[in-house]
Design a protein around this ligand. Sequence first.
Ligand code: BV8
Length: 231
Amino acid sequence: MARNIVILTGAGISAESGLGTFRDEDGLWANHALEDVATPEGFARDPDLVHRFYNTRRIQAAAARPNAAHEALARLETWHLGHVLIITQNVDDLHERAGSHHVLHMHGSLRQALCAACDHRWTAPPEMHASDTCPACGAAATRPDVVWFGEIPHWGARIDEALAGADIFASIGTSGEVYPAAAYAQHCRRLGAHTVELNLEPSRGARDFAEHHYGPASEVVPAWVDRVLGA
Ligand code: BV8
């Protein structure tokens, strides 16, 4: 029976593509207070500071290239007989550019802009500014289409359904610090799924996993995909 695989990814899978993680010592939160750049309150206080934070990341993400870990997950989707779904906390598009099609961005995407006044979404320009106006309603209320702390993650119902049907739940490159994503492994394990952690080092939720592979994602993820496909 072909097994359904659900994969949660975090900033660590894009680290070797040159994109910053959040909580590593040289990470994004080392140079920006989370409250200032990843909360609605921070955006209300200083929208141009927040736009500058995301403009820099949007330009870096566009210049980055998928690494062997992203490519291995695309290969898994192509060749695995069961369904493969990636739930990513990342706002870069490296999974899609590696060839993955079944990808849910639960924390949004740098490629999208959102109007806080009318909820219109459009492809974000490389740089956004607080003075930009919404192409649909004209309000100067444009923001990055990302989910900040205190906001509700995207795709909640789709994610709950996928987790309920997972035979294998794998977590790649995430510290297990942010909810609700940090609770997925324990939830899937309770439902009987086989749980696998692939990370540089044990995450906060390491004990929720039955199988662990520690090392750089560009090494441990292709090796794991080879085993799943060969199994
Ligand atoms: C919400 C914006 C309610 C986009 C981000 C309990 C239950 C529910 C909620 C809460 C709760 N307790 C607290 C909360 C509130 C809060 C929260 O979790 N706070 C934390 C700080 C305790 N959560 C929220 O507000 C969320 N909303 O809960 O709404 C709700 C809930 C359910 C249903 C309905 C309503 C919203 C959270 C989203 C916040 N937005 N970012 C952006 O700017 O990108 S969070 C930010 O952290 C990013 O999105 C990122 O994806 C996320 C997680 O970080 P990681 O990806 O794990 O990155 P990190 O640097 O932490 O770790 C990197 C890992 O990679 C490390 O382990 C490292 O070892 C590893 N690594 C490094 N290099 C490599 C590597 N691994 C492999 N290879 C390498 N080379």
